[in-house]
Write a protein that binds this ligand. Structure first.
Ligand SMILES: [Mg+2]
Length: 371
């Protein structure tokens, strides 16, 4: 079997409500589907996002041009099964284009799975779990009351792990945490995420105030580049620290490990370059004794399925990550025939061949922005 074409489908999808974090609010998501065609008629799909922060300046159109003009000529004619070698070729040609590589890499796994009639997790390490518990992401709201409404609705849908966005107003952050603990007691696990917005001093002051409220982990409290600061925070507060934005390649994770700058790592399909590279990060992290938090930028069921497949195959422990944030209510639309939807706070791992999800042509036609 040979690769014949990389088809790009740029999409703009509505958020159900403005998606607000410390770095600003969004009303739409720009996401890219890649369909990799083969000479035997099997077509694989993968997804990446033009997230435009967290160390990425990708735009939808730069992703499209990278994939069409640079990746396609390099891999047309090659076997879609040669995933590691193809990714080496792409990375050597355009170093660190992880966001663009992610959609292509995952589409290759989708092809391989469809070719042998097996879900992708069978190509990694086989089935270790068929359902994955996920966390609810609490985006910023204008008032504590509105935040509690959002938390209550997650709770009623069976979510017991909350990822609360913090990092603009420390008083409101504290008030939100206090209100969540008062409402839910010890029935929920609370995690906070500043998306790198705080200074070291502000982060330390806030985390000290949050210590009595049993915060399971504080995600990326300070800037991407400040590994020294993260390492100092790890020693200065009893709240464990998670690196998200600070981890892109395996080299960056190794640096976090060497400096003991975090004890938890978050991966994302787009940020980290697809399933193959995420699996490598999980291997490194677990060898270093870190906890693993499976994440994603808000995304459709395609990138959600990719993480679910990895979780299914992972033999070790996993945290209840927010990789399903897009399909848990953040997005107002999906683009597959059978959308992944959490039930009782859990995702059922798709069991069909490949990623186990198929594009819905009507939804694609509605949301694509290139025709
Ligand atoms: Mg994060």
């Amino acid at each position: 079997m040979k690769i014949t074409e990389l088809e790009t489908i740029p999409l703009r999808l509505p958020f159900a409500q403005p998606f607000k974090i410390s770095q600003g609010a969004r009303e739409t998501l720009e996401t890219l589907i890649v369909r990799v065609h083969t000479d035997e008629g099997i077509i694989g799909i993968g997804e990446t996002q033009a997230w435009r922060r967290q160390g990425s300046a990708e735009l939808l159109w730069s992703l499209v041009r990278t994939i069409k003009d640079h990746f396609e000529p390099l891999i047309a004619g090659r076997s879609p099964f040669d995933i590691g070698g193809i990714l080496n070729t792409l990375n050597e040609a355009l170093y660190n284009t992880l966001y663009a590589q992610a959609a292509v890499a995952d589409a290759l796994y989708d092809i391989a799975g469809k070719a042998v009639g097996l879900p992708v997790h069978k190509l990694f390490a086989g089935e270790c779990r068929d359902r994955v518990r996920v966390g609810g992401l609490l985006a910023m709201k204008p008032t504590v009351g509105e935040l509690m409404e959002s938390a209550q609705s997650f709770y009623e849908r069976g979510f017991r792990h909350f990822g609360l966005k913090i990092g603009i107003d420390p008083k409101q952050d504290l008030a939100n945490v206090v209100a969540l603990r008062e409402r839910f007691g010890d029935r929920v696990v609370l995690r906070v995420d500043a998306n790198g917005a705080l200074t070291y001093d502000a982060a330390l002051a806030l985390l000290k105030k949050l210590e009595p409220y049993e915060i399971d982990v504080a995600e990326q409290p300070i800037a991407i580049w400040d590994l020294e600061g993260l390492a100092s925070l790890c020693r200065a507060t009893s709240i464990p620290i998670m690196a998200d934005e600070s981890v892109s390649t395996d080299h960056s994770l190794l640096e976090v490990i060497r400096r003991r700058a975090a004890t938890v790592v978050q991966t994302k399909i787009a940020k980290n370059g697809g399933m193959y590279r995420v699996w490598r990060l999980w291997t490194l992290a677990s060898a270093a004794g870190m906890r693993i938090y499976p994440g994603n930028h808000p995304s459709t069921s395609v990138a959600t399925a990719a993480v679910a497949q990895l979780c299914a195959a992972w033999p070790g422990a996993l945290m209840e990550g927010v990789f399903a944030v897009g399909v848990s209510g953040a997005l107002g639309a999906d683009i597959v025939t059978e959308p992944i939807v959490p039930v009782n706070g859990e995702i059922r791992v798709p069991s069909g061949p490949g990623l186990g999800v198929e594009l819905d042509p009507d939804a694609i036609a509605r949301y694509r922005i290139d025709r």
